[in-house]
Design a protein around this ligand. Sequence first.
Ligand code: ADP
Ligand code: MG
Length: 698
Amino acid sequence: MDFLQTDIQRIQGLGPKWKALFAEDMDIVTFDDLLQLYPYKYVDRSHIYRICDITNNMPYVQLCGRFLTCELIGTGRQMRMSALFTDGTGQIEIVWFKGLNYVKQQVNTNDEFMLFGKPTAFNGRYNIVHPELERADKAQLSAGTLQPFYNTSERMKKVGLNSKAIQKLMNQLFNVQLQGSVPDTLPRRILEGYHLINRSTALRILHFPQNSRELEQATFRMKFEELFFVQLGILKNRNVNRHKQVGVKLSSVGALLNDFYKNHKPFEPTNAQKRVVKEIWADIQSGHQMNRLIQGDVGSGKTLVALMAMLIMVGNKLQCCMMAPTEILATQHYEGLSAFVRNMPVRIELLTGSTKKKDRTQLLADLAEGKIDILVGTHALIEDTVVYQNLGLAIVDEQHRFGVQQRAKLWGKATIPPHILVMTATPIPRTLAMTVYGDLDVSIIDELPPGRKPVRTEHYFHYKRNNLNQFVYQQLKMGRQVYVVYPLIEESERLDFKNLTEGFEYMKSAFPEFNVCMVHGKMKPEEKDAAMQDFVSGRAHIMVATTVIEVGVNVPNASVMIIESAERFGLSQLHQLRGRVGRGADQSYCILMTSPELGNETRQRMQIMVDSTDGFRIAEADLQLRGPGNIDGTQQSGLPFTLHIADLAKDAQLVAYTREVAEKVLAEDPLLQAPDNQGMVERLKVLNNSSINWSIIS
Ligand code: ADP
Ligand code: MG
């Protein structure tokens, strides 16, 4: 077994109690794990500050001087040790609340000491609480180097397992147990080809750096390794799946698509739409099952792409199905697709929870006999009673509402598993998409159809509501419709609900000549659908709603989207909501309502929305501001293994770069069978066992 997989308890000075804390609080069990506990910062211990130079907001400082006094003050829980320290340029108070006996033994007024800590201002004067303390004659050792700081939990600190202790353990591990040498995880040709320093050197530098110059190289090397293995794992897995999974193979796009393209298409597809259709066609020709994700901003025309893919199938005598998360969306898809092929010999049907029993029986019989070409619907489509004659392609719209298991059910609906096309408007940044969607291939529609007027976005404070009402009134008078959206989350559900209903009453009283409807998730489905339908048909002019309207609803006549308490929504969610307007020819508006007291980050988020209508740019910004775990729609997905040093948001370029390197390696050896690659295979195994399960990635 790999020596690095040894239990950390073998390290001298590390007993069972620490071992347990490492495992529970830090997920650290083996030598390997501990080596990957990288310092979160380094402090230059070669510099000695003068007390007279201390100012506000200083980081850790190192002082050299003598104690003038040291006395115990207060009683009971207030008891503390207070000392006055001077270096000749000034004096500073040093305070200890814990370990007072120990401090008493250490501190004297004769010796010179080195102090290391963070000065804080208290009552207009500076003090340092619980500094590190060493006699100056003994402290020489750490001069001239950078001191690493390690994260530890509160529980660990309580038992003395602090950064300093970890530094000592690291020394035992790296320099004693491992004798400063660990095997490399990357083959020599990669180290040389990409100018990487070897693993031993990189780890030595990261844990025992001499200067900041060498740190850069070492950090790069370990980030490269981490991101490279993530990509290698994902791409290799994909290759394995591809080799295993045959798919329906077609050799011609068929007459139907050609007919549509020549005679029936209502508009010229954008270049992005054409490119994505070509990518789909390449998959279908390959003989392997397609598992492709289409990412396209709201309004980018994913439906047309879906239709063209389906026409290829239908032209080859295969059936297709298209699933949407809600009945309204399924109905809209059904109507939209039917309109596209109105004059073509294609039979499209709709199946939802509210399809009448009689119609349903007939429909299912026709489907089984192959008389239906395209079946559009909700979850009803994957029920066991739904049997196809020869399902070739399944399309899933807005995938984050469908679980992996539900998708897997689709596979069982044909002898050769159908090709799968997943569509989402959640614009996940490319770098993240590469990673979180695992073995799905990603196609991006990064172009909107021509002639769209971008939605104008404005940020309003609550107290300007009167101005806003005048504007809304003008829009309503022009025949437009208006959305008003309120946040509703479980934690503050009661209050949110009150805001929503008050908002509803308010709009009714502010616009008495117009009809206002209300939609929220707690309504019975029939009631909800009825209220939605009121708005879709134009009977209601204003819709007050929670985010239930987020996905997909298409009301081209709606021109104003007012988002209340906009600060409580994520950027991607705001972008989705905004996508509900701007679907027609008219200029549309999005109003972000917030309170005037906003934090810096919130202000920035509102500004990004005002400045940009590009979903990808917004998603990138969201990633920068909030980190990958928080991007809407990606919470359930995860990386195959934890990143210890790299950061998907900050190291986006390196993600792309390592992806290319992994692609090159796999181009030569798709299943990693060559002897020279076995070291990497071993490393992948270790990484996979060490944390998250591959299967959670869709
Ligand atoms: P989404 O990607 O949000 O699902 P849709 O497929 O609903 O977008 O398309 C949005 C609107 O744009 C629809 O009205 C559709 O007919 C129209 N559309 C799609 N592609 C084009 C195109 N190439 N040229 C003009 N209009 C288009
Ligand atoms: Mg759509």
